[in-house]
Design a protein around this ligand. Structure first.
Ligand code: URP
Ligand code: ZN
Ligand code: ZN
Ligand code: ZN
Length: 541
């Protein structure tokens, strides 16, 4: 047969166009696009009728935490990912995301000095289960040893196709000092490795946390007060200055404030290669959601704790949507952090790791509110069932790999805040370009992988209220419980294979392939910005 599969009657959306056309798929790839195919071209092909709905490149989620354990938990304070590659990739598939980029995490322990070793061990976790969707890794770097950076970054790039690293400006166990950040940035630039920056001022956070606790403000809600928008505002400014100094493009991950976004915008206007990501939590949650459950009978705030926190109110939401619309944000990712709420290795794990319980062998952590009130060591007024203790100890991060695309489709595309083309650019094309996967991934053109998501025709879709049991992750809650969802992927193809069809999973573990990636295809910045009297461009002479 000429084609393995033909998708007819779709509105095919790329980052630039919407075209009424048919798609012919052959050998895992997009083979042809045409207004219509002849009858004989269809012989032997599986036919899928899109019925006028949008057909888009499969989602690429550039920010997913899977298989990180207590020691390397996403926020470095504890917490174990409830999703491995099996459940995490299943959840991804069912939400229209056909490629995920996850984090191999270095720790400060000496066994983890070798970045190659870290990636090898992490890769074993992925290979143990296999994956429903294609996947690749970022490397989190928490040290700046010269030999490590010089010898290992080129090998990570060449042998593994790991072409992106993440660095932290906060979290005691992960943060780098400014001079260490500069070391990593210089090494990243030399090797064409994209630097992802978690920009929050760690000192401000620690100081504010101490002050809040001294006033008895331990409850999960105060997590947000320990990280007001200025915390991100300061750190983004500082990282932009460092990026300019050493001429290294950076991407700010999970930008959650208009202050942070405005700093990014200003730097971009100056021609600096500053990129930014935002996430569903910053468009769909506010401080009200953190407070919502704060009643004497219902303490579920820890479900909403992530860093940076959601913005104070919905006025920020509109501003962030403008940032998606006008290109300030390059990509839209989930920052999926699969901590369970009702598990001692999930949200409560921080409480179990309370310093009292480590230093004092006779210390027994309180298990009820009553016990907590009597615990003078603890002085936690709000500890119930160990799930919602002092915010300082609660693992940061919330799940969302499956809801990322439907939430942006509902709140962005259908509300007219962004176009369908912009939706594709943010959820697929730009992540592919930024992380060295384009044009194999991220677009619909002859030769590209046939990773596709077909939505429901809008007039035939009945909006529904989201509830966690509909999702496929291994987390026992969704922060978006009860939110209205107005469309959902109907068909999802992984390299030409129909893997998800009208709610049914047809794909299998092991379908997903590891992706060796190239360097970022996005601009490295303006040549005019390299005056050696002003910036350290001489470093590279
Ligand atoms: O709260 C968050 N985002 N935790 C996840 C780890 C990270 O910094 O991305
Ligand atoms: Zn982060
Ligand atoms: Zn993250
Ligand atoms: Zn205590």
């Amino acid at each position: 047969p000429r084609f393995d599969t033909v998708i007819k009657n779709g509105k095919v959306v790329t980052a630039s166009d919407i075209t009424d056309c048919w798609i012919g798929i052959k050998d895992e790839k997009i083979h042809s696009l045409a207004a219509q195919f002849d009858e004989e071209d269809l012989i032997g092909a599986k036919i899928i009728d899109a019925e006028g709905a949008y057909v888009m490149p499969g989602g690429i989620d550039g920010h997913v935490h899977l298989c990180q354990d207590l020691k390397t938990g996403p926020h470095g304070l504890g917490g174990e990912c409830a999703d491995d590659f099996a459940t995490g990739s299943l959840s991804s598939l069912c939400g229209g995301t056909t490629t995920i980029l996850t984090f191999a995490t270095q720790t400060r322990s000496i066994e983890d000095k070798s970045l190659l070793g870290v990636v090898e061990r992490y890769n074993a976790r992925a290979e143990k289960t296999g994956s429903y969707v294609d996947y690749g890794y970022h490397i989190i770097i928490v040290r700046d040893d010269e030999d490590m950076l010089e010898e290992e970054l080129p090998r990570l790039r060449d042998e593994w196709g790991v072409t992106s690293c993440k660095v932290f400006m906060t979290y005691e166990s992960q943060r780098l000092k400014d001079r260490e950040l500069l070391d990593v940035m210089v090494a990243a630039r030399k090797n064409g490795i994209t630097t992802m920056v978690h920009a929050e001022n760690g000192d401000m956070i620690e100081w504010l946390t101490d002050k809040l606790e001294s006033k008895g403000m331990f409850a999960p809600y105060y997590h947000a007060l320990s990280r007001p928008p200025l915390v991100e505002g300061e750190a983004t400014n500082r990282a932009i200055a460092m990026s300019e100094l050493v001429q290294n493009p950076i991407l700010f991950v999970h930008v959650g404030s208009t202050l942070g976004m405005d700093n990014v915008r200003k730097a971009q206007t100056q021609g600096l290669p500053i990129y930014a990501e935002t996430c569903p939590q910053y468009l769909n949650l506010t401080w009200d959601d953190l407070r919502k459950f704060h009643s004497p009978t219902c303490f579920e705030n820890s479900k909403m704790i992530c860093s940076p926190p959601p913005p104070p109110d919905s006025s920020d939401r509109e501003a962030l949507y403008v940032g998606l619309h006008n290109g300030t944000f390059t990509i839209f990712s989930s920052d999926h952090c699969p901590f369970r709420y009702d598990s001692p290795t999930g949200k409560p794990s921080g409480i179990l790791e309370h310093p009292d319980s480590m230093e004092d062998e006779s210390f027994v952590a309180p298990t009820t509110l009553e016990e907590a009130h009597q615990c003078d060591k603890h002085a936690l007024a709000d500890l119930t069932d160990r799930k919602d203790g002092a915010f300082r100890f609660i693992p940061n991060g919330i799940p969302g790999v499956e809801t990322r695309m439907p939430l942006l489709y509902t709140g962005g595309l259908l509300e007219g805040r962004i176009t369908a083309q912009k939706f594709v650019e943010l959820t697929s094309t730009n992540p592919a370009k930024l992380y060295g996967l384009y044009p194999r991934k991220g677009t619909i053109q002859p030769g590209s992988d046939a990773d596709l998501v077909i939505w429901h025709p809008q007039d035939k879709f009945k909006p529904f209220q989201l509830t966690n049991s509909q999702l496929h992750h291994n987390v026992d809650y969704t922060p978006y419980e009860g939110q209205t969802i107005s469309n959902w992927p109907r068909y999802v193809f992984i390299r030409g294979q129909l893997s998800y069809s009208e709610g049914e999973v047809l794909g299998r573990l092991r379908d997903g392939k590891y992706l060796k990636r190239g360097s970022s295809a996005l601009s490295k910045g303006l040549p005019g910005k390299k005056d050696p009297r002003k910036v350290a461009s001489w470093l590279y002479d």
